[in-house]
Ligand binder design. Structure first.
Ligand code: G6P
Length: 614
């Protein structure tokens, strides 16, 4: 949560900072603020609510300076308000801090500061840091020396950046544990700081990642990196290959709609080079280091991810068990890390994460690593923390996903899990070559099938408009489309703010049937797969109780119309691949319900894209 940006150079910092924040607004939109600095002056502007409010404040009271920091907030400590907006300043108004994360010991730190006469003006955990810095800077220290003295005393997780009129033309950034990215971007005679790559793309492709426990000292002419002892460290530079066009809305009303429509292309990208022509075997690039012998000796796989990535993990269990016959379990990362889990030497932990920054996922990975598991991550953001801490990495190649609600990252995760299942099956001998060849031929056809589903958008939109006022929705799926039902319900509630629940069709009779009446739309995924007949029975049971059924069915299913109230049709594909197709109309449905209701689709209330706090 929260986005941080920084700029030091010879240009006017404010528009650059505001632009950077615009790219990071998906991380939080409770308030925004900037601090710029020049000639021994520090100026601050802050506003509650979305970034546009800050833009108005700046237009009314312009500020200028050639270096500065900016912040967009997702509130943790202290309600969303101007007073709690970052940057926070010290008593003299000369030093400012921005922060992403939570400082767990802020109350302990605050007591002595208050006693010593520091005046606090916010309810945040962050403000203690700037008053601590103030004390250090009074001793005549440089900004980095003050940061080195203060930051090690903070507990919790934090990404921080400081500027001070006492040490002008400089930003010091620091990272404590996993609190979201701290990325330095290199320019010519100017340098940048950001939590995430989209904020840097306009200016540079050359970046370095600040790791937990490290500091960056950024000036116009160079960047130094320090460890927590103040010793200089060497950093490698990474080149980012995304372009700015993929990070923009390109004429779509919302990023979410653009990202849904990008799927045929990004699914093709994720498939690129993944099958070796000569052997017909699935191959991943050099970031996957598992040897064939290690694959054969795997005894168990644990899959984990949060939110949408968690539903992909569940689909992964169905896929890997079916294709590679390895027992899999699925874990909620925030539970796993505190549960004293049992980990064996032959266990692989597969984490799924779009951002590679979700703190619960990272903490669960750390826990598994401590207990001896090998870590593999299926992740979108190149060079993200999840990628850096894993033994093996499979990249989604979905390009930047900006909308808070994840769509293309979900379908590319499903495709990568499908490929990974085949990869394991081929090396363990659980898949014969003909079966593998057939499965692979079908996945290469998937982008065309998704394109066909997208052409049906007007019908899905009409349905969304018909049902947009319903207060509750129920989603049913079975087998590998049980996770699809969970994801469909999840998307609807996060975007439309209606209550929606997903369940396994077979569970209806054990409780959910009690909810059915004519006001409850029931979305049932009823593809012609191995449990189609069972799903039809469940649909009939719902209809017999006056329920309204919206079925997602194969396009050549002539019987379904007799059973369901409404039908959304998708082309037929094999069962294991079908979740990547069936979810597309569900994402479109949630989008259009929310848009019809006038909700802010890309930035749903109380949510953020990269959840970097616990
Ligand atoms: C947040 C987002 C979800 C996302 C989840 C996991 O809750 O709102 O859309 O699925 O985080 O994010 P990750 O980046 O780890 O996939």
């Amino acid at each position: 949560m929260c986005g941080i940006v920084g700029y030091v150079g010879s240009r006017d910092a404010t528009p650059l900072l505001v632009n950077g924040l615009r790219r990071l607004e998906y991380r939080g939109y409770d308030s925004a603020g900037v601090a710029v600095q020049e000639d021994g002056r520090l100026e601050i502007r802050r506003a509650e609510g979305k970034l546009d409010n800050l833009v108005h404040v700046i237009a009314a009271q312009p500020l200028s300076g050639r270096s500065g920091i900016g912040h967009t907030r997702w509130a943790t400590h202290g309600r969303p308000s101007e007073q709690n907006a970052h940057p926070h300043v010290d008593c003299g108004g000369v030093t400012a801090v921005i922060h992403n994360g939570i400082i767990e010991n802020f109350e302990e730190l605050k007591g002595p500061l208050v006693k010593a006469g520091h005046r606090f003006t916010s309810e945040t955990d962050t403000e203690v840091v700037v008053h601590m810095l103030e004390d250090e800077l009074k001793k005549g220290m440089s900004l980095e020396a003050a940061a080195l003295a203060v930051v090690p005393r903070l507990e919790g997780a934090a990404a921080l950046a400081f500027v001070s009129a006492k040490d002008p033309g400089k930003i010091v950034a620091a990272r404590v544990a996993n609190a979201g990215g701290v990325i330095v971007g290199y320019g010519q005679g100017e340098n940048y700081l950001a939590s995430d790559i989209p904020a840097l793309l306009e200016h540079t492709r050359s970046v370095s990642f600040v790791e937990p426990g490290e500091f960056a000292v950024i000036t116009a002419n160079g960047v130094r990196f320090l460890d927590r002892g103040g010793k200089e460290i060497e950093k490698t530079r990474t080149t980012i290959t995304w372009d700015t066009v993929t990070a923009a809305k390109s004429g779509y009303k919302h990023f979410m709609l653009k990202e849904i429509h990008e799927q045929p292309r990004v699914l093709s990208d994720t498939l690129l080079g993944r099958v070796e022509r000569a052997t017909g075997r699935v191959v991943f690039d050099e970031d996957l280091k598992l040897t064939d012998a290690q694959v054969r000796s795997l005894g168990r796989i644990t899959l984990l991810g949060c939110g949408t990535a968690g539903f992909a993990s569940l689909a992964g269990k169905y896929l890997i068990e079916r294709l590679a016959r390895i027992p899999c379990d699925v874990e909620i990362p925030s539970e796993y890390r505190y549960r004293d889990p049992v980990v064996s030497k032959d266990q692989l932990v597969v984490s799924l994460t779009q951002s590679g920054e979700t703190v619960d996922t990272l903490a669960a990975m750390e826990e598994a690593r401590k207990r001896g598991a090998r870590l593999l991550t299926i992740v979108n953001v190149i060079g993200s923390q999840a990628a850096r801490m894993s033994d093996d990495v499979i990249y989604l190649h979905a390009g930047p996903e900006i909308s808070v609600a994840s769509t293309k990252a979900y379908t590319t995760m499903l495709v990568d899990l499908y490929l990974f299942g085949i990869y394991l099956g081929q090396r363990r001998g659980t898949l014969d070559p003909n079966a593998a060849a057939k499965l692979l031929a079908e996945v290469f056809h998937l982008p065309t099938l998704v394109d066909a589903v997208l052409r049906e958008e007007p019908k899905v939109k009409a349905l969304a408009y018909r049902y947009h006022q319903a207060r509750d929705f129920l989603y049913l799926g079975r087998g590998i489309n049980y996770p699809t039902a969970l994801e469909g319900a999840h998307k609807l509630k996060e975007l439309s703010y209606s209550h929606a629940e997903g369940t396994a069709g077979g569970e209806m009779k054990h409780g959910m049937n009690a909810l059915i009446d004519e006001s409850l739309p029931v979305v049932a995924i009823a593809l012609r797969d191995s449990i189609y007949k069972k799903m039809l029975s469940t649909i009939q049971e719902v209809r017999a109780r006056a329920g309204v059924v919206i079925a997602v069915a194969d396009d050549d299913d002539e019987d379904i119309a007799e059973h369901a109230t409404e039908v959304i049709r998708v082309p037929h594909t094999n069962e294991l691949l079908s979740p990547a197709l069936a979810v597309v109309p569900l994402h479109l449905f949630a989008y259009h319900v929310a848009d019809r209701r006038g909700n802010d689709v890309d930035q749903p209330r109380n949510l953020a894209k990269a959840v970097t706090v616990e």
